[in-house]
Design a protein around this ligand. Structure first.
Ligand code: SF4
Length: 278
């Protein structure tokens, strides 16, 4: 006997939905849409967009390609200002899909740097959002670097783990600091998902975390679930083949913010049918 419990916060977050709606509208208007880097960290979504005509380029190809035969869309993670200027030169028009929560992070970082603070960020400098951030705040330091300077401003990647961010902030409050400003720039959508997965992992036999392997917020959900119970990280039903022994008892399902609801439902149906695709 198996019973499925879907999380309340599953499927796309509104920032991802917003950029996908933008791209679909442009395609509907007959535009040729170019995107540099993954629009979202989900191969299924990227495959669907490619099939609809979106042209994807590598993240670093913005400096290599010539004039584009259409418009460019900036993804939800944002892009460094110099890359945006380059896109403006080579495309017919640039549409900005940067999530407003990510834009707010860039704005705070810029303002703090302008006011003479050493900006320190709890985030992964290789992540596209942080790559874009570095374009706006050239002097930013990133964890695990020690936050030097008398006046420091501490920020987080929007998908960072809140408790680890707080630890980093505390460790940066050492002697010699005249002023420490801490900005909670973590997205509330990811915080709600974290809280929910923590509770689900404690009460259900297993929690399935659905999302792309490149998605940092999915990874974080999986790590939280694993620390509090039994967890599996899957991208689609194919990944469940070897796990049929887990199809019993109470199964919770959550997802990363770039996972479409249809994949979540497909996985729920697959488990309810004992491992058969409808
Ligand atoms: S997770 Fe939050 S910050 Fe990231 S795209 Fe979604 S709403 Fe925006």
């Amino acid at each position: 006997m198996v019973k499925i419990y879907l999380g309340k916060h599953v499927g796309f977050c509104w920032g991802v939905q917003r950029v996908l709606d933008l791209v679909k509208k442009l395609l509907g208007n007959g535009e040729k849409v170019h995107v540099f880097g993954d629009l979202v960290h989900n191969d299924f979504v990227i495959g669907e967009l490619e099939a609809s005509g979106v042209i994807f380029h590598g993240e670093d190809e913005v400096w290599k390609v010539g004039e584009l035969d259409g418009v460019a869309v900036i993804r939800a993670h944002g892009t460094p200002p110099e890359e945006r200027e380059r896109l403006e030169r080579i495309s017919r028009k640039v549409f900005d899909g940067t999530c407003p929560i990510v834009s707010r992070l860039f704005e705070i970082g810029e303002a703090m740097e302008r006011e003479g603070y050493q900006v320190c960020v709890y985030g992964n400098p290789q992540h596209p959002e942080m790559r874009a951030f570095k374009g706006y705040v050239k002097t930013a330091a990133f964890y695990p670097e020690i936050c030097e300077g008398r006046k420091v401003a501490i920020l987080a990647q929007t998908t960072a783990d809140f408790s680890k961010f707080m630890e980093y902030a505390h460790s940066s409050m050492g002697a010699g600091k005249a002023e420490v400003r801490i900005f909670n720039t973590i997205c509330s959508e990811t915080l709600m998902r974290e809280k929910e997965v923590r509770e689900m992992a404690k009460i259900y036999d297993v929690v399935l975390v659905v999302g792309g392997k490149k998605s940092s917020n999915t990874r974080k959900l999986y790590e939280i679930a694993r620390n509090h119970g039994t967890a599996l990280w899957v991208e689609d039903v194919n990944d469940l083949e070897g796990y049929k022994r887990h199809f019993q008892g109470k199964i919770g399902i959550v997802s990363g913010t770039s996972t479409p609801m249809k994949i979540v439902r497909r996985i729920a149906n697959y488990i309810e049918r004992g491992g058969h695709i409808k």
